[in-house]
Design a protein. Sequence first.
Lengths: 113, 112
Amino acid sequence: EAAVTQSPRNKVAVTGGKVTLSCNQTNNHNNMYWYRQDTGHGLRLIHYSYGAGSTEKGDIPDGYKASRPSQENFSLILELATPSQTSVYFCASGETGGANEQYFGPGTRLTVL
Amino acid sequence: GEQVEQLPSSLIVQEGASVLINCSYTDSASVYFPWYKQEPGKRLQFIIDIRSNMERKQTQRLTLLFDKKTKHLSLHITATQPGDSAIYFCSASNSAGNKLTFGIGTRVLVRP
């Protein structure tokens, strides 16, 4: 069974603070993704990675950085958190070699006050 | 970039009835269309997919139809159960498969 975990599951941050969301996958997938989910927008891609050491900008990368230190781990970093970044964040992993389904984590609910 | 639209945004049905969710996309380079289900408070779960060289795919109570000419998909769920209550997302990807574009989702409520 595919396994993607996220931490923390809930986070309250202050405006201007730094937030790091972590994701771990045991699927041995090369590709990993960060999305945010907001009412009226569905899921939107923030950053993704093809493997350790690589990060790519998704559709809404402004205000976010990503880090992929290993095959298993992919982090999303908010250097200066703003209230507009209050959202639910999902990490996912997927195989390379063509279009394939993605396996999602349980989500992190982030509130920026 | 790709845009994916879903209709309706929400619907309520009686248990045992059928559900039809429509989805359209804009980018003719999209070739892979997975659908996901999200139960309340849960992660997205893959339910069915179709590739652009197919017109129809069926698994158990799900039937997915694809019209390449009109860039339209439809997901049909038959014999609904309360456990089908969820948000259903249509998505589209190009052949590289590195990026999924999602619709806003269709919230389905199945009343017992």
